[in-house]
Design a protein around this ligand. Structure first.
Ligand code: GTP
Ligand code: MG
Length: 372
């Protein structure tokens, strides 16, 4: 709710900025007229001036552009879109290997120390049906990435090695998965191993309120092996079944809206953003804005590194052309003109700078008052 400044608030309720400042000052709150008011300050002012203060969600302001586009969505253009499936689990339980088996690739073998350190995403086509997978790191150090993975997804797959069972990051993943509200599938991996014990995994999970369907609960457990390929067709079928139930729909004719899952500055190529398209179609040449950065899509590469002209619903790829590296989790939205994209990005950047500035003035005032 930090989106109204002291002088704006004063104007809105017909007071002078100094009246507002002195009320807060009287309560030991140091503000200047350009500061943004916090929720508690607004509440106090509301009481003092006997006016009703409704505090808007701060996100509302940040998202106004996306909302604008959502109003534009025409239901009649809705099409079924592929599911976005995030794979999570404890380190070394075989997430990347499972994806390698599904994609017939060898990503896991090329990873430093055999450990995934970034989120990556792939769009796979199996029997004419597309699925976008998001691979996340299992190492304890990458907790924030798992939370992020859970937020872009329609279905969560929790991978648990059948010879190792529930481990600390499995526990963490269970809570992310539950918090996401998405349907969950448990893939019990490494069933080719002699020490594999699916029932042990099931009972550990049942203890954590994740009871298997065949034990009277509602979570599908599927035994798989990334080594032999056993159970993988079953897993894919289950994913498609879950996504059918979700009735995922979006408008391919709308202006593109996508989520950034990873981003980096690549030597010689500039800012690269890996995205998943939520709505619309993203094309080379589109004017885009992404948080406080903007640009024109110069090139798109798919998850195989091949150049493509566009990305459709739920598809993933990497986008070149932004002026700066966006934060992972940022929303990318196509705009009608480069001017529009630039204006929005600039306005957001100014807003952010003002917030930062107001924070630092406040700190120094508080420091000063401590000295007096
Ligand atoms: P992080 O991304 O670091 O969390 O690991 P991960 O979950 O992606 O595991 P990864 O796919 O890198 O596999 C870890 C090790 O387990 C590798 O040595 C794989 O070869 C092995 N492995 C994965 N799946 C299987 C399986 O089904 N059977 C057997 N026998 N080994 C497997
Ligand atoms: Mg991995």
């Amino acid at each position: 709710p930090e989106d109204i400044r002291v002088y704006e608030f004063a104007e809105a309720c017909g007071k002078s900025a100094s009246e507002v400042i002195s009320v807060l000052f009287g309560l030991g709150m140091m503000v200047t007229k350009n500061d943004f008011l916090k929720q508690d300050e607004l509440e106090i002012l509301g009481e003092e001036f006997e006016i009703e203060v409704t505090v808007k969600d701060a996100l509302e302001d940040a998202n106004y552009i996306e909302e604008y586009h959502e109003e534009d969505i025409d239901d009649s253009n809705f099409e079924t879109r592929p599911p976005v499936v995030t794979i999570m689990g404890h380190v070394d339980h075989g997430k990347t290997s499972l994806l390698d088996k599904i994609r017939e690739s060898k990503v896991a073998a090329g990873e430093a120390g055999g450990i995934t350190q970034h989120i990556s995403s792939y769009t796979v086509e199996k029997n004419g049906e597309k699925i976008t997978f998001v691979d996340t790191p299992g190492h304890a150090a990458f907790s924030a990435m798992r939370a992020r993975g859970a937020s872009v997804t329609d279905v969560v797959i929790i991978v648990i090695a059948a010879d190792d069972g529930v481990k600390p990051q499995t526990e963490e993943v269970i809570s992310h998965a539950k918090a996401s509200g998405c349907p969950i599938i448990v893939a019990v991996n490494k069933i080719d191993k002699e020490a594999a014990n699916i029932d042990m995994v099931k009972s550990q999970m049942a203890e954590r309120d994740m009871t298997p369907v065949d034990w009277g609960g509602d979570i599908e457990f599927i035994g798989v092996s990334a080594k032999t390929g056993a159970g993988i067709d079953d897993l894919l079928e289950n994913i498609l079944l879950q996504s059918e139930i979700l009735e995922l729909k979006a408008d391919p004719t709308a202006k593109a809206k996508a989520t950034v899952v990873e981003s980096l500055l690549e030597k010689g190529r500039g800012p690269v953003a890996t995205i998943i398209v939520e709505n619309g179609t993203l094309r080379v040449g589109d004017n885009i804005v992404c948080d406080t950065t903007y640009g024109r899509v110069k090139a798109i590469t798919n998850d195989m590194g091949k150049p493509v002209k566009e990305l459709g619903l739920s598809e993933t790829g990497s986008v070149l052309g932004l002026s700066d590296v966006p934060a992972a989790g940022a929303i990318m939205v196509a705009q009608d003109s480069d001017k529009e994209a630039k204006d929005i990005a600039t306005k957001r950047a100014e807003h952010e700078r003002a917030k930062e500035l107001s924070k630092s003035t406040k700190v120094s005032l508080e420091e000063m008052s401590g000295l007096i």
